[in-house]
Design a protein around this ligand. Structure first.
Ligand SMILES: O=P(O)(O)OC[C@H]1O[C@H](O[C@H]2O[C@H](CO)[C@@H](O)[C@H](O)[C@H]2O)[C@H](O)[C@@H](O)[C@@H]1O
Length: 275
């Protein structure tokens, strides 16, 4: 994978951000990045300290956003305490404006088909597969039955071809989604348009698109700095970690890394970070 520049030192990334804080943004994936991976997706909340760090960051830089495959209503619930943090759900098909979920007009007509698809999955797939019906997206989880991975992937591929849907692979999950032009990369590209510094934190395959966008922007615009942070994991983490500027070992470590960024701002107590 082409990189746009020499390896970045953490201290340099931070000082470049502090010196252009009004044009800096921080973007976070949710699951596996600032939230733990559990067997039950409905039971997941941000790791301790994450929401507080986002609140502080939002007061220091121009933009803080969550960019997730979760529905925006789920994100709204988990981040209710920080309305200043922008929320993008379902890979950018949904956002939250003034507390209300807005769904992309191009995606909305797919709702009936996706509802039927969730019903088909419940009927066709073994009961150990968790079918997460996200209204415009259907996630097929095999975390509790890894041996079913092949059956789930075959079923998903057949349906995708039959219905003209897109497949997205992730951590013990295959998702089917409408063929609309939204992904984590398109969200970050748009959000970072007016920024000169953008950090993206992710752990999974879909986060690679956001990494791509930051690299492409750096290639086009030498004044732009994109900082890619991977959260390591033994499932899909290697692919992203290879392309990252920095890696943390678990979602629980993300708040600590953010403390090192926050501590570099004037008036905050400075802490050094290795690397
Ligand atoms: O874009 P993200 O915020 O990272 O969402 C990606 C998927 O996350 C969730 O699934 C993953 O986390 C679950 C809870 O820890 C875990 O059980 C599952 O195995 C993981 O794939 C979520 O349930 C999916 O809808 C998201 O697409």
């Amino acid at each position: 994978m082409a990189t746009s520049r020499a390896p970045l030192r953490f201290a340099d990334a931070v000082s470049a951000t502090v010196s252009e804080s009004a044009k800096s943004g921080f973007f976070f994936d949710f699951d596996g990045t600032i939230a733990p991976i559990l067997r039950d997706p409905a039971a997941v909340f941000p790791v301790p300290g994450a929401v507080e760090r986002l609140r502080v960051l939002a007061g220091l830089v121009s933009r803080v956003a969550i960019v997730s495959a979760r529905p925006a209503a789920f994100l709204s619930d988990r981040f209710a305490a920080v309305p200043q943090v922008r929320l993008y759900g379902l890979y950018g098909m949904q956002t939250v404006v003034d507390g209300q979920v807005r769904t992309d007009a191009e995606a909305r007509p797919w709702a009936p088909l996706m509802r039927d698809l969730a019903a088909d999955a419940l009927r066709d797939l073994p009961g150990e597969v968790l079918v997460e019906d996200k209204a415009l997206l259907v996630a097929l989880h095999y975390r509790t039955a890894p041996a079913l991975r092949g059956a789930v992937e075959r079923w998903a591929s057949t349906k995708a071809a039959e219905l003209g849907l897109r497949e997205q692979y992730g951590r013990m999950v295959v998702e089917l989604r409408p063929p609309v032009e939204h992904d984590k990369g398109t969200v970050v590209e748009r959000e970072a348009e007016t920024l000169t510094r953008a950090w993206y934190f992710g752990d999974d395959l879909s986060d690679g698109r956001a990494f791509d966008v930051l690299r492409d922007r750096e290639l086009r615009d030498p004044a732009f700095l994109g900082v890619r942070v991977a959260v390591a994991n033994g499932e899909t983490g290697d692919e992203l970690a290879r392309r990252a500027d920095f890696t943390v070992s678990a979602p629980e470590d993300t708040p600590d890394l953010l403390d090192h960024v926050i501590g570099a701002f004037p008036g905050r107590s400075a802490r050094s970070y290795p690397g």
